[in-house]
Design a protein around this ligand. Structure first.
Ligand code: SF4
Ligand code: SF4
Length: 434
């Protein structure tokens, strides 16, 4: 296994902010909107027709290739009003729009799946429709890697390491029974040598809730509340002291606590996952909170459920404000399971004007991977491949700390992404290993 450059046990990064807007509030349930729109990849085919009545948890999309995808379920009861297809850079996406009847009728009596082996666990997770919040892909793909070989460590991250986001903390406080059930099943069938939960010192209520429900059989480890400590490479280092190349990682299974809770919820009830919790926050949101929403609700409806805007925001960002995307069309952007938050920011947190590098070194001292972004930028601009390779941009975890901290507002994140692509792409072409 390739070792990465040396981390110090306390990695660099930036101090988190914004959690105080939503962290001590009980989650709120969003009113059912007039419509939801569920998106499917081109590998999923619809099994419903326009005009058909559907109920909550009913299958509406079936994978064409079950090895690649998972089923899609309706998050509301109502009527299918539109099925359309759109092509973009990521391929074809199918949209299924449902007019909600607001009764939330359940589709059938769900039965809890019988888990009798690792294989049956993987198969149940495939049916569950769970997309991992930290991984953004079907969860079963991550678990499947460990059916032949036991993980050395199961690491469950219970902290929130993105500015403003507080969903993991809330899940520990409000749904620890599901978490405890999920951990029990994962330990029983995957048999990790060690299991531990990473959490920050300030999450006192969450720690109490976890201890009460899980007992002392799973170790709880404190980590500092810096961004990007939630990154898989970094959390593995903080917990085990090991630096690893994730691509070759078949020793550590890292999951976020929200995903473990979803596993517990599904395995206890057999009801597919049709809703999720997101943090809707930022200076421009009237009532920042953790909101439980049906999948497929539009960003506009989710924001309205929190009282709308206090003032016109400078930008609305999906996911993380460090690496997330600015969303311009809130009516036509929809919540999926991988989404952690919708953050509406004001002018102070965004500045598009780029100035010359003043060689202050702040980006270097902030980078958790000890890279030198301005040197990477220079080597990339000069197309100096030898120099670029020596700077190891392939180790960049794309956290965006360098860009955030830069007083000259250099676009260092996209620079490092491009440099990484250059180096990794060329290695693959020449047949080398990463
Ligand atoms: S984006 Fe990459 S280069 Fe920038 S701080 Fe993060 S790891 Fe370092
Ligand atoms: S933080 Fe910005 S200005 Fe400072 S050295 Fe890095 S790129 Fe240059």
């Amino acid at each position: 296994m390739k070792k990465l450059a040396v981390f110090k046990k306390n990695v660099n990064g930036i101090k988190l902010w914004g959690a105080e807007l939503s962290e001590n509030k009980h989650s709120e349930i969003a009113p059912i909107p007039d419509t939801v729109t569920l998106l499917m990849s081109e590998d999923v085919s619809p099994v419903v027709k326009i005009g058909e009545k559907v109920s909550v948890g009913q299958k509406i999309g079936e994978p064409i290739d079950p090895k690649k995808e998972i089923p899609v379920y309706s998050s509301v009861s109502g009527e299918i009003s539109e099925i359309s297809e759109k092509s973009d850079d990521n391929g074809k996406t199918l949209y299924i729009k449902i007019l909600c009847d607001k009764r939330q009728t359940l589709c059938e009596k769900f039965e809890e799946p019988k888990i009798t082996s690792k294989e049956s666990l993987v198969s149940a997770l495939k049916t569950s429709g769970i997309i991992s919040k930290d991984y953004g892909k079907p969860l079963y793909l991550k678990i499947k890697r460990f059916t032949e070989k036991k993980p050395e460590y199961l690491i469950i991250n219970a902290a929130d390491f993105e500015p403003y986001i507080t969903v993991n903390d809330r899940e520990c406080i409000e749904n620890a029974e599901n978490i405890a059930f999920g951990i029990r099943i994962l330990k029983k069938w995957l048999k990790p040598q060690r299991t531990c939960i990473s959490i920050t010192k300030k999450q006192k209520e969450a720690i109490n809730s976890l201890v009460e429900n899980i007992g002392m059989s799973t170790q709880i480890r404190m980590v500092s509340d810096n961004y990007p400590n939630g990154n898989e490479k970094i959390i593995i280092y903080l917990i085990t002291g090991e630096t690893i190349e994730i691509k070759h990682n078949n020793r550590f299974l890292v999951l976020d606590i929200f995903t473990v809770s979803a596993i517990g919820k599904y395995l206890r009830t057999g009801r597919p996952i049709t809703d999720t919790m997101i943090t809707v926050s930022g200076p421009a949101i009237k009532n920042p909170c953790n909101l439980v929403v049906p999948l497929g609700i539009s960003f506009a409806d989710a924001i309205n459920s929190c009282g709308g805007f206090r003032f016109s925001p400078c930008a609305v960002v999906s996911g993380s404000i460090m690496t997330g995307k600015n969303e311009d069309n809130l009516e036509f952007t929809y919540v999926d399971q991988a989404l952690k938050g919708i953050i509406a920011i004001d002018k102070l947190e965004k500045n598009d004007v780029e100035y010359d590098c003043i060689r202050c070194g702040r980006c270097v001292s902030t980078c958790p991977m000890k890279l030198i972004p301005p040197e990477i930028e220079k080597a990339l601009a000069k197309e100096n491949t030898i120099k670029l390779k020596s700077l190891h941009p392939e180790m960049c975890i794309e956290c965006g700390c360098c860009e955030y901290i830069c007083p000259a507002k250099r676009k260092l994140l996209s620079v490092c992404q491009n440099a990484k692509f250059e180096v990794v792409g060329k290695r693959f072409k020449s047949g080398g290993k990463n």
